[in-house]
Design a protein around this ligand. Sequence first.
Ligand code: PLP
Length: 495
Amino acid sequence: MKTDTRDRAMGARQICKALRDQIVGGVYGLDSRLPSSRALATELGVSRTTVTAAYEQLAAEGFIEVRQGARPRVAPAAIHQNPTGGARQIAGPVRLSSYGDRLRMIAPRYQEASQNLIADFRYGDLAHSDFPALGWKRAVVAAMANDPTRLTYNDPRGLKKLRMALQGYLWRARTLRCDLEQIIIVNGSQQGLDICARLLLNPGEKFAIENPCYTMGRHVFSATGATPVPINVDKDGLDTRQLAGTDARLAYVTPSHQYPLGSVMPIGRRYQLLDWAQQSDAYVIEDDYDGEYRYDINPVPPLYGLEDNHNVIYLGTVSKTLSPTLRLGYLVVPHQLHDVFAMAKQLADRHTPTMEQKALATMIENGAYESHVRQARRRNSERRETLLNALRHRFGDMIAVEGADAGLHIVVWFPDFERSLENDLVEEARKRSVGVYPVTPLYDPGCPEAHPNQVGLVMGYAALNIQRIERGIELLRQAVDELRIRKRASLTMAR
Ligand SMILES: Cc1ncc(COP(=O)(O)O)c(C=O)c1O
């Protein structure tokens, strides 16, 4: 009996401490309620009396307010408000693996979209109104209608139904032919890149990467401990001549629409790239992230399938066609890699959520996906046209535009402004409620000769309506004028 009382007191003390730490740490927001004593007791496997004792203690200390018949409420005064709204950071050294240490050095922080901007040209976002809500809803309902009797883990490679649908889609849309078992469904391209990085690179090895590049690609490969070899990009994409002698084990490329500069790699260069890979026994990762959006140009067949595909890995996503929030992408891997890719996927997260896979498969099967892609292409073509016209109208030949033939973004160069003014322009635009983003972080800082000494902006347009695009460019012009005045003033002062 005595032991029982002591155990209960210990349990109450521990629960009390855990909840106190959580409240202080900012886990609970204003007006949050804790679970009922019955629910928490069941959850923790202790008696209700133990939880009640913990709650009474917290109430006595002023952390919570308890009222008969209601769940305890966190006392407003107990909530630690910190500027970011998150939990308080715990200071002190952290012991991590070398992978973890590298992540702390290189990985970018998540940045929430800015609210209340008149025009946010942030690349990667899509318009909510473009999402085919009705078609998706129907597909989800259909997916739920034929649920099996048991809920089981599924094939790590993805549902057969979706892989079959994609097999047909890839052939129709991208002339890419592959066998069913070569397709692996992943949680967006990013997981595909992560799996490639883990399976194909060792610490100390080298990988070739476009300069400038998609930084999420550079980070995920660098995180393995491999070293980037930046390869310049010109009007034909990655300059394949620079690959010779690099000793790279892998090249990560965006040949259909180089990110961010937008060049399309012509067929001759594609063969050079494949030859290099073959001769060096290296892998090529072909990121076809926005291949669905082509406006003034003819499609170029993917690298994958140009030759016997022993070393090309193709990567696709629905982040540009449906939504980046779905986290749905796919890899097409050479036959000899298929097993190990499936194993890596299984160890990472068993498999991609089944419901979303079924819904996407249904949309592809019934034609709704391709019809949506055509519609999205039309809408984005309109946005692109508006943006280019507005830029022409407001800036004339003050600027140079790159990469407008395809995709959902362009790069705008301001030759009159040196690169050091890039952040000033971003700030001036922000003061006018316009979000624009500098190109500099996408360049390798170790190769200054590859980076034009001009202000450059990466401008995404897929999330904006026509009015916002036009107004945004009008305000950007005002920001540029302000910068010009400041530049002139500082030149006069210097004389
Ligand atoms: C070059 C490139 N690859 C891939 C992606 C898409 O990534 P995910 O499929 O992980 O959303 C993007 C998105 O912005 C991109 O720019």
